[in-house]
Design a protein around this ligand. Structure first.
Ligand code: GAL
Length: 683
């Protein structure tokens, strides 16, 4: 087990791109950074064209100056390798190293992320620039870490990918016979007689082969990881010992298998942007944080978030400062070792001109910058939470949700029974229900040690391998309570259906046999006997040892099981054969938590708008209270609020939008009541 990521303090700052500004602005930057208590910036992310203006010729003068200026100001930095954005000369010199879309379109420079990950010229250029930076800055005392690349995720279908994909397939399958079998190439005359016939899944006449597509996704993740590992090796070969990370993008798209990547990172970091303007943003912050902490197996780092305005849908929406602060503490509560942003100063030109910055276009005399200063001061006050506990997790959870990138890719296959079945949506719906119930959540990988979790949720994991079946079975046998969503385990890892009744591989464990999947039309919904509302999906379920917990009440399936439970020893395996509406899922999940004795962090906070999260650190337990609701509350319990430097034993008032971080006293039990002191009664 590697040591947990433990910087000397909570990091605060963001991407800093001084190359976009004249030098006189740099001086103001540093002055403002100090005013805001910024201690960490990420430099060089998109600086390749300036740093290496001609192939093999480096011009580090400006970066030397930036580093010296930060050093003088006592500000630490993550140094990025700029390989996400090759310069124009690179395209001209190596046109073959540009990515090719599935439809054969070869991209060119003019945006960012224009590289073919398997192209030898790209890999060599990336290694060279990483080595150059590591040789020059790798031992700098203010270097907090390496930020390799930026959000790996460009998919290439061109000739270099073709060659590398074949190599990957040969290593995986060894013989063409095995590949033909795994991919069911007997269908539609796809049988391969020569390895050279195998190409990436490019645009073709009609539906592509599902197993081919998912293997290509697996290959792309592995290929990008190999490219990352090469840069890390250059950094280490140059003698730099600073932690190495690359920033994951919290998936709205997903090209990485995060578990295997996390094993290779010294710090797991993530970029998180809200995908909604509404109140679900708070649940999204928790989801991002729980996922990243779980990938990391401990403390992690929020590498980017937006200070305010960000594009959601067709417009930019502004995030109020109090919300930005609550979110920042939400990440820290769940294990982030700081709060970093994209970017320090909003750009005056370029493709992301309207993306907010810590310093907005209007300058420091603004509500937004005041909010940034307030956050910087606040993080200083709670800095002691950054010291990891001597043992045990930073957030203790009794409930886990399975996360498997393969599950995501599998459900992207076209022509499954319903186009609306989406992996991230399913996982998030489950997490949202748990978040609303106020309980801490971990995510786990298939095969993880899950014994400590009372409940394990597996949302819609269509394809599972033998090892996963055995793992889930062992979990239940050992007394665990498994909750499986529809369309889980129907196929093997090559998406080949296990015949004889769904969910083939999990029939015995779930004690059911499904004879037919009956997806619903867009406007159809269903009612279940326990009062739940459902839609999208239904199944004809026969019991083979399980008991029904709820039945369908309408249509052809009336009276047939919809939700089942199969007991096995002290454990159980529950199956939900339809899609529960979120309010019904919330109720169902709350019932399970109750039945299995899983309590909210602060039960009295549930439903008040106060999010309560307990983070464990060397100095004890810290209760983060984030008030997203619209009425002030009084929170009472033993401890000391670090934000206001006040004891909490006699109660503190949390105004709407307010936060508290309480170093808890012994035997902490908390009450949350409406506060009338600050709101005059209206008669
Ligand atoms: C991130 C990216 C940043 C910036 C930001 C804007 O995904 O790493 O460079 O583009 O999005 O939201």
């Amino acid at each position: 087990m590697p040591a947990p990521y433990a910087p000397a303090r909570l990091l605060f700052g963001g991407d800093y791109n001084p190359e976009q500004w004249p030098r006189e602005v740099w001086a103001e930057d540093v002055e403002l950074m100090r005013r805001a208590h910024v201690d960490t910036v990420t430099i060089g992310v998109f600086s390749w064209a300036l740093l290496e203006p001609r192939e093999g010729e480096f011009d580090p003068g400006w970066l030397d100056d930036v580093v010296a200026m930060l050093d003088d100001a006592g500000i630490g930095f993550f140094l990025a390798t700029p390989t996400a954005s090759p310069p124009p000369w690179f395209t001209r010199a190596h046109p073959d190293a540009m990515p090719v879309r599935a439809d054969g379109t070869r991209l060119t420079h003019g945006s960012r992320d224009t590289y073919a990950i398997s192209a030898p010229a790209y890999r060599e250029a990336a290694r060279r620039v990483a080595r150059y930076l590591a040789d020059r800055y790798g031992a700098h005392p203010r270097l907090r870490g390496w930020h390799v690349h930026n959000e790996y995720g460009t998919i290439d279908h061109g000739p270099h990918a073709e060659a590398a994909f074949r190599r990957w397939l040969r290593a995986r399958y060894e013989t063409l016979a095995t590949l033909n079998d795994a991919w069911t190439t007997s269908f539609w005359s796809q049988h391969y007689a020569d390895w050279d016939e195998v190409v990436p899944p490019r645009t073709t006449q009609y539906l592509t082969n599902p197993a081919h597509g998912v293997d290509f996704a697996r290959f792309c993740s592995d290929e990008m990881l190999a490219a990352f590992a090469e840069q890390k090796a250059e950094i280490r070969a140059a003698g730099s010992t600073a932690p190495v990370t690359t920033n994951f993008m919290l998936p709205t798209w997903n090209h990485l298998e995060q578990w295997s990547w996390s094993d290779r990172l010294d710090v797991v970091s993530v970029d998180h942007y809200l995908d909604t303007t509404g109140p679900d943003g708070e649940a999204h912050v928790a989801y991002a944080s729980d996922l990243t902490r779980s990938w990391a197996g401990g403390p992690w780092l929020l590498m980017e978030q937006s200070a305010s305005g960000i594009r959601v849908g067709q417009r930019h929406f502004a995030k109020a400062s109090d919300r930005m602060i609550r979110h920042s503490l939400g990440y820290v509560a769940r294990g982030s070792q700081g709060a970093l942003f994209f970017q320090w100063r909003a750009s005056a030109g370029g493709s992301e001109t309207w993306h907010s910055g810590m310093v907005p276009h209007a300058g420091p005399d603004t509500e937004q910058f005041d909010g940034i200063v307030a956050l910087g001061e606040l993080l200083d006050r709670i800095d002691e939470v950054a010291r990891p506990p001597a043992a045990g997790p930073v957030v203790e959870a009794e409930v886990a949700v399975l996360w498997d990138a393969n599950g995501w890719w599998v459900l992207q296959t076209p022509h499954l029974p319903h186009d609306g079945l989406d992996y991230a949506t399913e996982v998030r719906a489950t997490h949202r229900a748990l978040w609303r119930a106020g309980v801490p959540v971990d995510f786990v990988r298939p095969g993880a040690d899950a014994g400590r979790y009372r409940l394990l949720f597996v949302p819609s994991l269509m394809a599972v391998d033998d090892a996963t079946v055995s793992w889930l079975t062992a979990y239940v046998r050992a007394g665990g309570h498994l909750v499986v969503g529809r369309f889980t385990g129907v196929a093997d890892e090559h998406q080949r259906v296990v015949t004889g009744g769904y969910p083939g591989r999990l029939r015995d464990l779930l004690g059911i046999r499904v004879t037919e999947i009956l997806p619903l039309a867009q406007d159809e919904s269903l009612a279940l006997s326990d009062g739940s509302d459902a839609d999208q999906w239904s199944e004809r379920v026969r019991l083979r040892g399980a008991e029904p917990l709820a039945t369908y009440t309408d249509g052809d399936l009336a009276g047939m099981p919809a939700v089942t439970r199969h007991r096995s020893g002290d454990g159980s395996a529950t199956y939900v054969s339809t899609r529960l509406a979120q309010h019904s899922l919330d109720r169902f999940v709350a019932g399970l938590l109750d039945a299995h004795g899983v309590r909210a962090v602060v039960p009295e906070a549930v439903g008040t708008g106060v999010e309560a999260v307990r983070r464990r650190a060397a100095g004890g337990d810290y209760l983060f209270l984030l008030h997203h609701g619209d009425r002030p509350v009084r929170v009472t319990g033993p401890g000391h609020d670090l934000v206001t430097d006040t004891p909490t034993d006699a109660g503190i008032v949390l105004p709407t939008g307010g936060v508290a971080v309480v170093r808890e006293g012994p035997g902490a039990t908390w009450s949350v009541t409406p506060d009338h002191s600050s709101t005059p009664e209206v008669s």
